[in-house]
Design a protein around this ligand. Sequence first.
Ligand code: CO
Length: 134
Amino acid sequence: MLGRLNHVAVVVPDLAAAVATYRNTLGARVTEPQALPEHGVTVVFIDVGNTKIELLEPLGEASPIAAFLDKNPSGGIHHVCYEVDDILAARDQLKAGGARVLGDGNPKTGAHGKPVLFLHPKDFFGTLIELEQA
Ligand code: CO
């Protein structure tokens, strides 16, 4: 089921400051910030060749990453995203195996304009997993 690692997501308290650090200290090429109101985040991507790093900052009052920042005020790794060929087939197989899909169980459109789903971290050893249809 699992394809390649699409990205690792890091929540940051200040996106502009984080972008400056990645650009100036790490010499990374960083995309322009993209607001995703449906997901309650603003996001940039850093292409590191074999995968990407996604930096996330809360957007709006009900951001799903606000609680994460409360617990991790300086930021931290939030989720890993794996590619799948068929997200609905992957979802159905996972649910049949007892894994919990977050939200209403239907894919949302992610930052790349492709369908994504999130899996409950308690079912995967404390790691929040995003699936993206490649
Ligand atoms: Co992601």
